[in-house]
Design a protein around this ligand. Structure first.
Ligand SMILES: [Zn+2]
Length: 484
C-alpha cells in the first residue's frame, strides 16, 4: 500500500516537472525589430477618408444598388491619387472592381497582392438615431472619423492608396510587382468582384508571394489575461455553408392532427442538429494562436497552452462556454430561417428551414451534409446544400518567411503589440485568393473598436494616419524572399 502511494507520488512529481519544464520552455515568438521612422502623412489623407465615406457604395444581397455612387467613388480616387493613377495600370473588372498594377524593378521577385473592398453594408433604419453622426457624412467627432466603411473596408483601401501616393511622391519604385485588388461586392459574397478577379490573375500566371486582405485588427482586452494589445493576423478563415431543409407530409384540418406533421418533424430535425453539434477541435489555427499567445499570458494560461497534451479537454470546455471562443474550435450550426404554414386551422403539408454552418478548415460542404443526414436520421427530410457555399481549406504557414515578414512589419510599426495568428470567423474576399497561394493573411492596421457592420463605425484620426504608415512600411521594405 505504502509502495503504491510512493509510486503515485512519483508519477505526480514527474507530471509536475514535465508541465513546468514545458511551461517555461515556451518562450516568446515575438520578433525584435527596430522601430520604423515616422512616415509623413498629410492632413489631406483625413479629408480623403471623410470624402470616401460619403459615397453610398452599399452592397445588397442582389448586388450593388447605386451605380452612380460606385462610379463616383472611383472618379474621386482618380482625383485624390493622381500619382497612383499615373504610375499604376488600372483595370476595371465586372464594371466596378479595381485591379491596380504597380510594376516592380525586379521581375524575379514574386508579386504581392493587397486586397480590399470599397462596398459597405447598409445602415439599418432603426439604428440611425443611435449613431452619433450621419453614417454617410464622414464627420469628425472628438478624435475620430465616423461613418460606414471607416474601418471595413474603405479605411484600409484608402490607407493603402495614401501609402502608395506618398511612396510615389518620393519617386519610390517597388522591388517586386505590386497588385491592388479592390472588390465592389465583398459584402455580397464577392460573386462579381473577387470571384471573377482571381481566376483572371490565375490565368495570367500571377503567383504571389503573399496576399494581404482585411480580417484581424489590433485588439486590446479582447483576450483574457493579456494586457498588451494584440495584432491578430488571420491565417485562414471559416467556411460558409448554407443548407436548405424541406419536409413534405400531407397536412389536413387542425381539428384532427396526425401523429406526425411537417412542422413536428422539421422541429425535431432542427432540435437534433442543435443537440448534436460538430465536435470541438483544437485545429491547426487555434494551436498556432496558443503557440504565439501562450508565452505572453499569465502563468495559468501559459501553463495550459504549453501543455495541451494534458489540458486540451479543459481548454475545449472553457472555449465551448462562450459563443466567440466556441466558434474558434468548431464548425458552428445556426438555423436562420424557418417557414411553414399559412392559416391557423390548416396543418401545412410542407415545412422548410435554412441552416447556416461556419466550417473549420478541414471540414467540407460534403462533411456538413453527411453530418446532417446522420444526425437528423429521417429520410423524409430533404437536405440540399446551396451552390454558392465555400469551405476554404488553405491555412497560411506561420513558419514561412512571409508570415515572419508580416510580423516584422507589424512590430516595427508598433512594438507595443503582440502579433498572433488566428482564424477569421467571418467570410472575406481572401478565401478566393487561396486559389493563388496558401499565404493569404488577413489583417488591417486599425484598432478593434466596436461598430463594424453596426452603430458608430469609426477610426481615430491619429490611428488612421498610423495605419497608412503600416502599409508604407510593408511596401517599402518588401524585397522578396522565398517561402518554404
Ligand atoms: Zn470587409
Amino acid at each position: 500500500m505504502k509502495k503504491f502511494f510512493y509510486f503515485l507520488l512519483l508519477v505526480l512529481l514527474v507530471l509536475i516537472v514535465v508541465v513546468l519544464v514545458r511551461t517555461f520552455s515556451a518562450t516568446s515568438k515575438q520578433v525584435e525589430v527596430a522601430q520604423a521612422p515616422p512616415v509623413p502623412v498629410s492632413d489631406s489623407a483625413i479629408v480623403h477618408l471623410q470624402k470616401a465615406i460619403q459615397f453610398k457604395t452599399i452592397s445588397t444581397e442582389a448586388g450593388t444598388a447605386d451605380t452612380a455612387a460606385f462610379n463616383g467613388f472611383r472618379a474621386f480616387l482618380q482625383q485624390a491619387f493622381p500619382l497612383v493613377h499615373q504610375h499604376c495600370q488600372l483595370e476595371i473588372i465586372s464594371g466596378q472592381s479595381m485591379l491596380f498594377y504597380w510594376k516592380g524593378i525586379d521581375a524575379n521577385i514574386k508579386p504581392i497582392i493587397l486586397v480590399g473592398h470599397y462596398d459597405v453594408v447598409p445602415v439599418e433604419e432603426e439604428s440611425l438615431p443611435l449613431w452619433k453622426a450621419d453614417p454617410f457624412a464622414g464627420a469628425i467627432i472628438g478624435d475620430s472619423i465616423y461613418g460606414r466603411g471607416a474601418v471595413d473596408d474603405k479605411g484600409s483601401v484608402m490607407a493603402i492608396l495614401e501609402a502608395i501616393e506618398q511612396l510615389l511622391r518620393e519617386n519610390y519604385q517597388p522591388q517586386g510587382d505590386v497588385y491592388l485588388a479592390f472588390g465592389h461586392d465583398e459584402e455580397a459574397t464577392g460573386q462579381q468582384g473577387a470571384k471573377v478577379l482571381v481566376p483572371l490573375l490565375k490565368q495570367r500566371g500571377i503567383n504571389p508571394a503573399f496576399v494581404l486582405d482585411e480580417g484581424g485588427l489590433v485588439t486590446a482586452k479582447e483576450i483574457p489575461g493579456v494586457t498588451k494589445p494584440v495584432a491578430l493576423v488571420g491565417i485562414a478563415e471559416k467556411g460558409y455553408v448554407t443548407v436548405d431543409l424541406s419536409i413534405n407530409i400531407p397536412g389536413g384540418h387542425s381539428s384532427m392532427p396526425a401523429k406526425e406533421t411537417a412542422i413536428d418533424q422539421m422541429s425535431k430535425a432542427l432540435l437534433r442538429l442543435k443537440e448534436n453539434p460538430f465536435p470541438a477541435d483544437l485545429n491547426h489555427t487555434i494551436n498556432a494562436f496558443m503557440d504565439y499567445m501562450g508565452p505572453e499570458m499569465p502563468f495559468v494560461q501559459r501553463m495550459a497552452f504549453a501543455n495541451r497534451w494534458l489540458f486540451s479537454p479543459l481548454i475545449k470546455n472553457i472555449y465551448s462556454s462562450r459563443p466567440g471562443p466556441d466558434a474558434m474550435i468548431r464548425t458552428t450550426t445556426a438555423p436562420t430561417i424557418v417557414h411553414s404554414g399559412v392559416k391557423e386551422n390548416v396543418i401545412p403539408t410542407v415545412a422548410n428551414a435554412t441552416v447556416n454552418f461556419r466550417t473549420l478548415p478541414g471540414t467540407t460542404v460534403d462533411d456538413v451534409v453527411k453530418h446532417m443526414k446522420e444526425v437528423i436520421d429521417d429520410d423524409r427530410v430533404t437536405i440540399k446544400a446551396r451552390s454558392n457555399n465555400s469551405s476554404p481549406q488553405a491555412v497560411a504557414d506561420v513558419n514561412d518567411h512571409f508570415f515572419t515578414y508580416l510580423q516584422q512589419c507589424i512590430r516595427s510599426w508598433r512594438n507595443d503589440v503582440v502579433v498572433s495568428p488566428y482564424l477569421v470567423l467571418g467570410a472575406t474576399d481572401g478565401r478566393y485568393y487561396t486559389e493563388l497561394t496558401p499565404n493569404v493573411f488577413r489583417f488591417i492596421p486599425f484598432n478593434d473598436v466596436k461598430g463594424f457592420h453596426g452603430t458608430d463605425e469609426r477610426v481615430g484620426v491619429d490611428e488612421y494616419k498610423k495605419g497608412i504608415a503600416f502599409y508604407y512600411g510593408l511596401l517599402r521594405n518588401w524585397k522578396g524572399g522565398s517561402g518554404r
